[in-house]
Design a protein around this ligand. Structure first.
Ligand code: UFG
Length: 340
């Protein structure tokens, strides 16, 4: 029997790729997204890839009664909760919007999961909960969490805390925090991908937008860090690998007899510097990027990457695609957008 899965934020960047992955594995994703940060190109793209238009409700996750009506219509096997604001810098400017949207949305979802006894729940968490790793830059799920530097980071940290308290009070639910590292790339079909609103704050969209001429030049935020080439190091994971991690997480949860709460790192296990990304992009596309070195960006972590053992052991999941493939796919998507 096909299982219905509620995907909040399913029209967004990671959400849309996960909807595709779920559908292809035989689940029936039901998207709840008020489309405030979504683009019609992504909705068309999902339909093009899947051959059918995914079920979509244009509803804000902060509207509990509207959400309740959707829970009444389906017997959900699980919920994947993506819907949230995600820009670190913007969260400093608009903390109340971030706390309201990200936390009220989560509280509504958990309360409805409990009312309707939906057994499985996956939360979009972030490696931001680890803060700046102390000596060892490879973090495991046991690495102690640190207080974040931004309201955005706090919403993820508090989200995990809320889920932990929910678990302590209602032990029968199967709950998983996926701690994403840096999602990059696009679907290999180039029909869905990241759609930054306004000036991108993330590295790869800024690189592709510079290459296509939407941005004048790329500023590298800091070249005097204590790393191999002076630029910051991250664990960049292809978004389709990340999407598949959600399917693996749901499958794992469904197979468990008892309630549980687990956190799992979703990365590749490999650190790549900003300069390495720039060089790889130039090599792959044969385009020379206009770059400048700027000052350090406030609050940037110097170096972090995932220990991925738990994902392999628990979920039987690991990243398959390389950073080169992610860059190729991100570039194909940027070029596709230029035709629209
Ligand atoms: N960078 C530049 N120039 C740019 C954009 C980024 O040099 O124009 C650098 C940043 O300084 C950083 C690296 O590229 O060193 C990656 O920056 P991103 O903004 O792409 O990603 P972050 O690691 O800063 O942020 C990501 C997610 C956040 C999450 C955080 C957790 O976007 O949601 O990881 O560490 F909170």
């Amino acid at each position: 029997m096909n299982k219905y899965v509620l995907v909040t934020g399913g029209a967004g960047y990671i959400g849309s790729h996960t909807v595709v992955a779920l559908h292809q594995k035989g689940y029936i994703p039901v998207i709840v997204d008020d489309l405030r940060n979504a683009n019609p190109i992504v909705l068309e793209g999902m339909e093009h890839i899947l051959g059918v238009r995914p079920i979509l409700y244009k509803v804000d996750v902060c509207q509990k009664e509207a959400l309740r009506q959707i829970f009444e219509q389906y017997s959900f096997d699980g919920v994947i909760h993506f819907a949230a604001y995600k820009a670190v810098g913007e969260s400093v400017e608009k903390p109340l919007s971030y706390y309201e949207n990200n936390l009220v949305g989560l509280l509504n979802i958990l309360s409805l999961i409990d009312s309707f006894e939906v057994p499985n729940f996956v939360f979009s968490s972030s490696c931001t909960v680890y803060g700046e790793p102390k000596e060892i830059k490879e973090v495991t799920e046991q690495t102690p969490l640190q207080l974040p530097h931004s309201p955005y980071g706090f919403t993820k940290w508090m989200g995990e805390q809320i889920i932990s308290d929910f678990h302590k009070s209602k032990g029968k639910y199967k709950l998983m925090n996926l701690r994403y590292f840096n999602p990059v790339g696009a679907h290999p079909s180039a029909r869905i991908g990241e759609f930054p609103i306004g000036r991108p704050s993330n590295l790869l969209p800024f690189v592709t937008q510079t290459a296509i001429g939407k941005q004048e030049k790329l500023t590298i935020f800091g070249n005097d860090y204590p790393t191999k080439d002076g630029s910051c190091i991250r664990d960049y994971i292809h978004v389709t690998d990340l999407a598949e991690a959600h399917v693996a997480a749901l499958t794992y949860l469904s197979n468990q007899a008892k309630g549980l709460l687990e956190a799992v790192n979703i990365g590749t296990g490999k650190g790549t510097s900003v300069l390495e990304i720039v060089k790889a992009f130039e090599r792959i596309t044969n385009i020379s990027l206009p770059i400048e070195f700027g000052s350090r960006r406030l609050g940037d972590v110097v170096e972090i990457y995932a220990n991925v053992q738990k994902g392999q052991d628990l979920l039987g999941w690991q990243a398959r695609l390389s950073i080169d493939e992610a860059i190729e796919d991100a570039w194909a998507w940027e070029k596709y957008l230029a035709t629209k």
